[in-house]
Write a protein of this length. Sequence first.
Length: 83
Amino acid sequence: MQIKEGLLINLYVTTNPVGGAVEYSVSDSSIATVKEDGTITGMKAGKATMICNIKDTNVIVSVEIKIMAVSHYTDKLYRIHLQ
């Protein structure tokens, strides 16, 4: 996943069954931050890992995040389906 420095994007996560509570975290908050609702902010150029965990289960998905300088960025929408 590529994100521009300073950009906020919303990560849309669907769960099966629908409505599962998801906890978000990121491996390096100097590179990117994530809020409880899945909003990711690119802080500076670099790489970090975004972790999505469905509460009360053993389902965990990790996604590499690459924060790009403005001149290298292309706009994309990301959706993750957790089962």
